[in-house]
Design a protein around this ligand. Structure first.
Ligand code: SF4
Length: 276
């Protein structure tokens, strides 16, 4: 059986930076706190925990040392809390998330009704809401069909949302608003990853997607493969691979989310080849 690795794999630049900054902080010998899981990947969380990094959910839980802000970013009030505590802070917010935060604030300041395509509880969306507390968050067609008519609407997206959903939402809001301003904040790295998943789907009917169960961009790859009529399995590590998934297959596709380390993918590849 052949295991086809997707053309795009490994960490995206935002995740790479967040992990490297956290690891560099541990070299200082001071206590290091990640405000939320630095990236949605259990292996990376374990690696950082082994270096003594603590995950906290609120800045007040850190009494000394360094706080690292993760790639998803934080709302401005949380940043103000860190500053008020006088703690050293390393900001690993991805530059693309900072860009989305800037546009969200701009739309709110200019008086637009802000519409965010995303998952309300996702930390990146929680961060965006900090810049536009009255924004409406929608994720499905059923949700955006319930939006009221608006005079001035402004649309942004959580970085990992699929581009087709963003296009469909914008087309809908154009019909229910008198004036529309759009900032396309879908991450081009995740779009490339989705294209790579589509390429795999053209070559095989079974795709193994590796990444954190809470990783939005990983889940999007699974959805995409299923929407294309393929069988997709979502696993976090090689140990979860089931021999039955591979039985009788000539080839299977393998792709990881933007927070899945290359070494985890290679472990899955090795185990899949051994099982076949
Ligand atoms: S997926 Fe895109 S927006 Fe998110 S951290 Fe990676 S590069 Fe940044």
């Amino acid at each position: 059986m052949e295991v086809l690795l997707a053309r795009e794999n490994g960490f995206c630049f935002g995740v790479k930076k967040a992990v490297e900054l956290t690891e560099a902080a541990t070299e200082t010998g001071r206590s290091v706190h990640n405000l939320g899981q630095v990236v949605h990947n259990p292996k990376i969380s374990e690696r950082l925990a082994a270096r003594g990094v603590k995950v906290i959910s609120d800045p007040s839980e850190a009494k000394d040392g360094i706080i690292v802000i993760r790639a998803h970013g934080i709302p401005p009030e949380t940043r103000a809390k860190i500053e008020a505590q006088g703690m050293e802070c390393i900001d690993a917010t991805c530059s693309l998330v900072l860009r989305a935060q800037r546009f969200t604030k701009q739309l709110a300041d200019e008086g637009y009704t802000v519409i965010i395509l995303g998952t309300r509880e996702h930390p990146e969306v929680v961060g965006l809401l900090g810049f536009a507390p009255n924004a409406k968050v929608v994720e499905t067609k059923e949700e955006w069909d319930r939006l009221p008519k608006m005079k001035r609407a402004g649309v942004v997206s959580q970085s990992t949302q699929p581009p087709w959903a963003f296009t469909a939402l914008v087309a809908h809001v154009a019909e229910i608003s008198q004036e529309l301003k759009v900032f396309n904040t879908v991450c081009p790295v995740t779009v490339k990853r989705q294209h790579a998943a589509t390429e795999l789907s053209e070559r095989t009917d079974t795709i193994i997607v590796v990444g954190g169960k809470n990783s939005a961009n990983t889940r999007e790859l699974v959805n995409l493969a299923r929407m294309q009529g393929r069988t997709a399995y979502h696993i976090e590590s090689a140990a979860e691979l089931e021999p039955a998934w591979l039985a009788g297959k000539e080839r299977v596709g393998l792709i990881g989310g933007c927070s899945t380390p290359m070494e985890t993918l290679l472990e899955v590849k090795e185990r899949a080849e051994a099982l076949s």
